[in-house]
Every structure is written in C-alpha cells, then in structure tokens.
Unconditional design. Structure first.
Length: 219
C-alpha cells in the first residue's frame, strides 16, 4: 500500500506541475510479486516522474528525512535511507531492502548515488544490488530522459531547472522547478535482468541497459 500511496501522490503532483510523462518500453507485469528498479538520476524531480510511472518505494539519501515538508511524506511512503559514508548502515540497508523484496516490495534505487548535471552517466553503485541477489528479485533498468521545458529544448543554460548538482541549494532548486510548466520527459523500461552473478556484475549490466537509452538532456 505504501508504494501505491507514492504512485497516486506523484501522479497528482506531476499533473499539477504540468509535467508530461511518456512511458516507453514494456512495463513490468503489475502482478509481479517483487521488483528491484534502478535508474539514472538528475535531481529531486526524478522521484515524482518515476513515482508517477510505476508504484514503488524509493531508497533515498539519509538527510532527506530532515528536510522540511518532505520528511513526513517519505516516512509515510516507506522510504529506505542510504548513508554511503557509514558501512554498517549500508549493510543494514541491504538486509532491510532484501527483506522488503521478499515480502513483495517494489524498490527503486537511483543507482548513480548522486544527482548530476547530465553531462555523463556515472557508474552504478553496486552495494544495494546485493539485495536482489539475496532475495532472488528481478532487476528492472529504467532510463529517465528529459526532452523539453515549456516547449523549448533543454540546453546547458536551462538544465539547472531540472538538474541538481554540486553546491546548489535544495529549496531554491525546488522553487525553480515549480516555476516551470510543460516539462516533457520519457521514462524508458529496458529489458529486465535476472539476479544472476555478483552484485558488481549486475550493476555494470544494469548501467549498460540504462545507457542504451540515455543521453544528455540537451542532446
């Protein structure tokens, strides 16, 4: 139910912001008992876009729990928190994620680990790929592709309306995003990946499948 809550909320917000999400590729079977989704990452808007495309629970950076106006939502949505600097926390997160998957969860990981300015696709962090290995869960690569803002192509000059990176403040960025209207974005579902092999091998292959459809937002 938690992931359904996120899905309904995300669809409502996306509609309210005038964001048009086009889904490409074959969506997973809605009756699939569990799923581990991974994608590229540009900024906070990705969560809304992805959440509107498919019901899922997100893995988010640990400090999001303290963001005003966001903390209640992520708690209700069942968000899992990652702290890359704490090894013990990461190991506990893998165990929790594996347990959620065994119970029928659909978990989404923004696998680059950080949001970017869109110039390149970063390597996927392999740590959490241990969760689908332990639980025998299919991995679903997903590519986010922003196409235009207000009917205009995305360029290096306006990409900051989507991309959140380096030392950009979170609240000013969110306010900037909310001033946009008519963002067009594609969510591409690639061929699913069986949880066979090591977590590092799976991370490399998942990234390769995302990269098949990835390109800089201004391309």
């Amino acid at each position: 139910m938690r992931r359904i809550y996120v899905h309904v909320w995300a669809k409502a917000i996306v509609w309210g912001l005038g964001i048009r999400v086009r889904v490409r590729g074959a969506k997973p079977d809605s009756g699939q008992p569990r799923l581990f989704l991974v994608s590229n990452h540009y900024g906070p808007l990705d969560v809304l876009v992805l959440g509107s495309a498919w019901p899922m629970t997100f893995v988010s950076r640990h400090d999001v729990a303290g963001w005003p106006g966001v903390n209640l939502l992520v708690r209700v949505g069942g968000t899992l928190y990652a702290n890359r600097k704490a090894r013990q926390t990461s190991l506990a997160l893998v165990r929790t994620a594996a347990r959620r998957l065994r119970q029928g969860g659909h978990i989404h990981v923004l696998a680059e680990g950080v949001s970017t300015d869109g110039r390149r696709l970063l390597p996927f962090i392999s740590t959490l790929f241990e969760a689908p290995v332990r639980s025998g869960t299919v991995i679903q690569p997903v590519t986010i592709r922003y196409r235009s803002i207000n009917g205009r192509p995305i360029t290096r000059r306006n990409r900051d309306r989507i991309c959140w990176y380096q030392n950009m403040g979170f609240i000013p960025h969110v306010m900037n995003v909310m001033r946009n209207w008519g963002i067009e974005v594609e969510v591409v579902f690639s061929r699913p990946l069986k949880p066979e092999g090591s977590r590092k091998e799976l991370a490399i292959e998942a990234r390769r499948r995302v990269a098949e459809h990835w390109r800089p937002p201004w391309a």
